[in-house]
Design a protein around this ligand. Structure first.
Ligand code: AHR
Length: 503
């Protein structure tokens, strides 16, 4: 048995929990939209063609904000193809995913879906093949109240009131040579600055996200951020970050420590952004929108790329196992830990495409293993994020050196008094005994609910035939006594423990 410990004190806060940390992503890619959120012939479809089984799971997942409509897709997208009578909408090639886009779902449909799901929309602009003028047009269509040509067009299309989008992504992954309209940092930075300036001339309150590196392993990582931010610093609020993790050559020990890389990535982006701020003598501090993150088995994808032009072909429909879910839980711990700078994050994606929700066309929808840590963290992380310094044994990894076996974060809701600990045990062979002194809390605390995700079979998955093979269970052996929380964490497990005021 390993021993791990950390102190909890309500005085040591990092930042308030940002609800936008629990964002997701719907891209016109594979079966995320068509036969994912939208399938008019499905038995659960509502009058608008949306699958109500998927809507119910989206609400249960606790998603706050959804990035739309891409991803790589957006860099060749013409937003006006997706408005007005559906019969008049063109079918187009989607060069990003080599498929056909029917445009049956566009702004009107997606905004209706978002209303039903109860989520905010983070709208991504095409700065790949398009520029300032088209960004202004879609902003006018989405947000201008009335009298102008595009506001009246929206009203004629059935949306009397403006949609009031606040967050706009100024493009997607334009540092990547795979991106349609790929740019140098200078080309992109100038375009993003001018687009931002123009959008803000109409709506100064917008929250704008400049494109950061598409991964920290890009050769241009950090110099891209630096050059882009020197050109955009005053015009934007966020710089984006994207990261996907997978095991390499069966190295589960390193895979389980993926959050170490995410921590390092966030710290590096913060350092780069702050150095630009210092150079510009600006007191402003940029935030990070971690608007694509997840486990993604990219190696499998590279081996199976489609070549036919199809509508909504199945693409990167990864089936997630127990180890993947533990990693997703630990990535959420990392995101929460950085809540002072990471105030928006989108798990990529929502349905079918590397997603917590899976569907079969005409058939069931179910929760993948990674659904559970997301849903529980979104539901229980409330109030302030507390600073936690776990004292834990280390283990050796090939990719990240020596890393702590146990990692954790906690939240404290001053209103209800609830304290929730989110903790991961990355050891593959030892349980961990956790002791958490609660000295700083003057109200007595008792255990309210506990959840753990663990299975002796790390490769266990949920499927249409067995959708509840992997589900969270109550964590046995959790006590609060003599001012200490004590718990035993199984090997390769993610757990959440909510404490509430006693009596
Ligand atoms: O989420 C899948 C793809 O990953 C997105 O389209 C792109 O932005 C990223 O490379």
């Amino acid at each position: 048995m390993l021993n791990a410990s950390f102190r909890l004190d309500p005085a040591f806060t990092i930042a308030p929990v940002s609800r936008r940390t629990f964002g997701s992503f719907v891209e016109h890619m594979g079966r995320c939209v068509y036969t994912g959120i939208y399938e008019p012939s499905h038995p659960t479809a509502d009058a608008d063609g949306f699958r109500q089984d998927v809507l119910a799971l989206t609400r249960e997942l606790g998603v706050s904000v959804v990035r739309y409509p891409g991803g790589n897709f957006v860099s060749g997208y013409r937003w006006e193809d997706g408005i007005g009578p559906v019969a008049d909408r063109p079918v187009r090639r989607d060069l990003a995913w080599h498929s056909l886009e029917t445009n049956e779902v566009g702004i009107e449909e997606f905004m209706r879906w978002a209303g039903k799901a109860g989520v905010e929309v983070m709208y991504a602009l095409n700065l790949g093949t398009r520029g300032v003028s088209e960004a202004l047009d879609v902003q006018e269509y989405l947000n201008h109240p009335d009298r102008t040509r595009l506001a009246e067009l929206r009203r004629a299309n059935g949306a009397d009131k403006p949609y009031g989008i606040t967050m706009f992504c100024l493009g997607n992954e334009l540092d990547g040579p795979w991106q349609t309209g790929h740019k140098t940092a200078h080309e992109y930075g100038r375009l993003a600055a001018e687009t931002a300036r123009a959008l803000r001339a109409a709506e100064p309150w917008l929250e704008l996200i400049a494109v950061g590196s598409s991964s920290s392993s890009m050769p241009t990582f950090a110099s891209w951020e630096s050059e882009v931010l020197e050109l955009t610093y005053d015009q934007v609020d966020y710089i984006s970050a994207h990261a996907y993790y997978e095991p390499f050559d069966g190295d589960i020990a390193s895979f389980l420590a993926s959050a170490v890389d995410m921590d390092h990535f966030v710290n590096s982006v913060v350092a780069t952004a702050d150095s630009v701020g210092a150079k510009l003598k600006s007191a402003k501090r940029l935030k990070i929108s971690f608007d694509e993150w997840n486990v993604w088995y990219q190696k499998r994808f590279q081996a199976t790329q489609e070549t036919e032009w199809q509508v909504a072909p199945p693409v990167i429909e990864d089936v997630y196992n127990v180890a993947d879910a533990v990693v997703v839980g630990s990535l959420l711990i990392s995101l929460l830990r950085h809540s002072d700078r990471v105030t928006a994050a989108c798990q990529a994606q929502l349905v079918n495409v590397i997603a917590p929700i899976r569907t079969e066309p005409g058939g069931p929808a179910w929760r993948q293993t990674i659904f559970h840590p997301f849903a529980i963290t979104s539901r229980l992380a409330k109030g302030d994020v507390l600073r936690v310094e776990p004292a834990s044994p280390l283990y050796a990894t090939d990719r990240y050196g020596d890393v702590p076996v146990v990692d954790a974060v906690a939240t404290h809701d001053p209103e209800s008094g609830d304290v929730t600990v989110f903790v991961v045990n990355r050891s593959q062979d030892s349980a961990a005994s956790l002791v958490v002194p609660l000295a700083g809390f003057d109200r007595g605390l008792q255990v309210a609910e506990t959840w753990t995700l663990h299975d002796d079979d790390l490769e266990a998955v949920n499927t249409a035939a067995e959708p509840e093979r992997v589900v969270p269970h109550a964590l046995g052996d959790v006590t609060v006594s003599d001012g200490e929380l004590r718990a035993t964490l199984a090997p390769v497990s993610w757990s959440a423990i909510r404490l509430t005021a006693a009596g």
